[in-house]
Ligand binder design. Structure first.
Ligand code: FAD
Length: 469
């Protein structure tokens, strides 16, 4: 009897335990991806990027003589229909770790099993299951360094190979057309601009990893903080759709270290932050929506406003912040240092609720990751686990001097004031909706807030919290 392999964010043949086990059973395998509410609810950029990943993975499966079946609807109903149609005996999938996903998958498993259909879930998207790393008391970690030590101590299992063969069913079930799903429809800036920067598919991700580990990984320890340098791996995007697994990255990093590139150790540590984010989200699901630290609900956060809209549009008048916001709008990515600066400016200088920024990132990032985004925002805002103290307020001007000393990052993204702006900076104006009324020849935007004033205001707000506490 065929096994249905449910695909959500696992667009790869390698190190895909659910796929590996389904293939090993010797049964025919029917890969299925469902357009459910979860998929429909994605932000514009992650949805578009997922569409790209689906297309590439379909082609990869086709090269193996397999198909990716696409269907729309509520997962249980879609599955029941396909099980009946294909005479399938079991459904396999990769575990999800956010609360809604866990609850939905537990209910699905129970419903299928009650009907005598096998239902098995597998690991696959993390270095370790969130419960495998625990404190001495058996509880979750709240601070990264001890979590990291524990992870480093137990090591990481090697990745699984791609299955040698995928048995096809006698008849392939019908599939919907990906084009009809219009995965890029919500990209108001047109997917075409963002697409210039996309690197899509499992083979591309593997090549990207190999390239990074052969060279730039050495120099990562210091280079990773400079947004104009190509010093980081860029693997968050393929990771977010599962075109590559973290275990593959981990072991490639270990090899680089063993071959004499010691900065690989810093890289492994960064990679572990992703697992930490999921560890936290698994144990504290509220991290996604509520201030993690007690007492912060009383913080005088401001909500959305025209000022915030200027932040979204890269029009704050703070060059580092505007460069960051434009980079994200044009490429779907933003350098980690720039994320910290842009988020700090919003939550501190503009005193805005971090959830407003979190939502815009979820709309624009092609590497959107529910756990890393929530953790990143709470970390910067000061209310998160192991967070930077609120009173540590990044000054975007000083930060630019330190991490972009030649101004290369600012020149790459800010056209205003340049006689011959580069294509990257001009692409922003191509991407921006006409209704924003922007022009590269206009004078640079004026600062929304005086930095010293914004800082004083943020500190005063923090004082009210301390006094209340
Ligand atoms: P590299 O430096 O090459 O790091 C390798 C891998 O380690 C990354 O691909 C990523 O998986 C992981 N990693 C590195 N730094 C972090 C970190 N701080 N937190 C979690 N994982 C990390 N990352 C996302 O993947 N998706 C998000 O939606 C996201 N939102 C963020 C929001 C804010 C406000 C902040 C401050 C950070 C956010 N990050 C997010 C984390 C980080 O900025 C990106 O993972 C990183 O910039 C990706 O680039 P890279 O792949 O070249 O990273």
């Amino acid at each position: 009897k065929p096994i249905i392999l449910l695909i959500r964010r696992e667009m790869r043949l390698h190190d895909h335990p659910a796929l590996f086990e389904a293939a090993r059973s010797g049964a025919p395998v029917i890969p299925l991806l469902i357009r459910d509410d979860d998929l429909e609810g994605l932000g514009a950029a992650p949805k578009w990027r997922l569409g790209q990943a689906i297309e590439a993975f379909s082609a990869r499966l086709a090269a193996q003589g397999a198909r990716l079946i696409l269907r729309s609807g509520a997962p249980e109903a879609v599955l029941r229909a396909l099980i009946a149609e294909a005479g399938a005996g079991a459904v396999y999938w990769t575990r999800r770790y956010h609360l809604a996903g866990r609850e939905a998958d537990a209910a699905l498993k129970a419903a299928l099993r009650a009907d005598g259909v096998g239902a098995e879930s597998f690991a696959g998207s993390l270095l370790h299951e969130p419960w495998q790393i625990a404190t001495q008391e058996g509880g979750p970690y709240r601070v990264f360094t001890p979590f990291w030590k524990a992870l480093r101590g137990i090591g990481v299992a090697p990745p699984l190979p791609a299955p040698q063969e995928l048995r096809a069913p006698i008849h392939w079930p019908d599939s919907e057309n990906l084009a009809d799903w219009a995965m890029g429809a919500a990209m108001n800036r047109g997917a075409a601009v963002v697409a210039r920067h996309a690197r899509v598919g499992e083979e591309t991700a593997l090549a990207q990893l190999a390239e990074f580990c052969d060279g730039p990984i050495e120099g990562y320890a210091t280079g990773r903080d400079f947004p104009a340098r190509l010093a980081t791996s860029g693997l968050s995007e393929p990771l977010s759709v599962g075109e590559i697994s973290p275990r593959q990255i981990w072991h490639a990093g270990l090899r680089a270290r063993d071959e004499g590139r010691p900065d690989a150790e810093d890289f492994l540590r960064e990679l572990a932050w992703r697992d930490f984010a999921w560890h936290l989200l698994y144990h504290f699901p509220q991290m996604e929506h509520a201030n993690w630290r007690p007492g912060w609900e009383g913080f005088p956060w401001r909500g959305d406003s025209p000022v915030v809209e200027r932040w979204r549009r890269g029009q704050t008048g703070e060059p580092f912040v505007d460069a960051a916001m434009r980079e994200m709008f044009v490429t779907g990515r933003m350098h980690n240092r720039a994320r910290m600066i842009a988020a700090s400016y919003l939550t501190k200088h503009l005193l805005t609720d971090w959830r407003v920024g979190q939502a815009w990132f979820a709309e624009c990032l092609t590497d959107w990751d529910r756990a890393s985004n929530a953790m990143g925002w709470q970390w910067v805002a000061g209310c998160g686990p192991d967070a930077a103290p609120y009173f540590r307020i990044f000054n975007p001007v000083t930060q630019a001097k330190k991490f972009d000393p030649e101004g290369a990052y600012l020149r790459a993204w800010i056209a205003e004031g340049q006689r011959h702006p580069p294509d990257t900076a001009l692409a922003f104006f191509e991407a921006a909706p006409r209704s924003w009324g922007l022009s590269p020849g206009a004078p640079p935007p004026r600062p929304l807030v005086d930095l010293a004033e914004g800082r004083t205001r943020a500190l005063a707000a923090y004082e009210t919290l301390r006094r209340a506490g």
